[in-house]
Design a protein around this ligand. Structure first.
Ligand code: SF4
Ligand code: SF4
Length: 87
């Protein structure tokens, strides 16, 4: 049996603080539309999407590190992520 290993880096607070404060748009996941394909998790350049739940197939955005680039919303094949302007 072949075991698939995907290296994943985790974001950490840097000298400039949490990168989430740079954000002007915020991704919101509609969990009803999400089909758990993990494309957003794979493509997020910040490692700001976490996999949670027992099977690790539910995705959650870590807003401490999400910069609001919108890649996750663009890549989601099911249009389950919407970018909304920050308050
Ligand atoms: S890319 Fe879209 S459908 Fe796939 S896990 Fe992310 S939010 Fe869910
Ligand atoms: S908006 Fe960009 S940084 Fe934030 S979760 Fe999506 S891909 Fe990652």
């Amino acid at each position: 049996m072949v075991k698939l290993i995907i290296p994943v880096s985790k974001p950490e607070e840097g000298a400039a603080g949490l990168t989430g404060i740079w954000r002007s748009f915020k991704p919101i996941i509609d969990q009803e539309k999400c089909k758990h394909c993990l494309m957003c998790w794979l493509y997020c350049p910040e490692g700001a999407i976490e996999r949670i739940g027992e099977d690790k197939l539910t995705v959650k955005i870590n807003y401490d590190y999400c910069k609001g680039c919108g890649i996750c919303a663009d890549i989601c094949p099911f249009k389950a992520i919407t970018m909304v302007r920050e308050e």
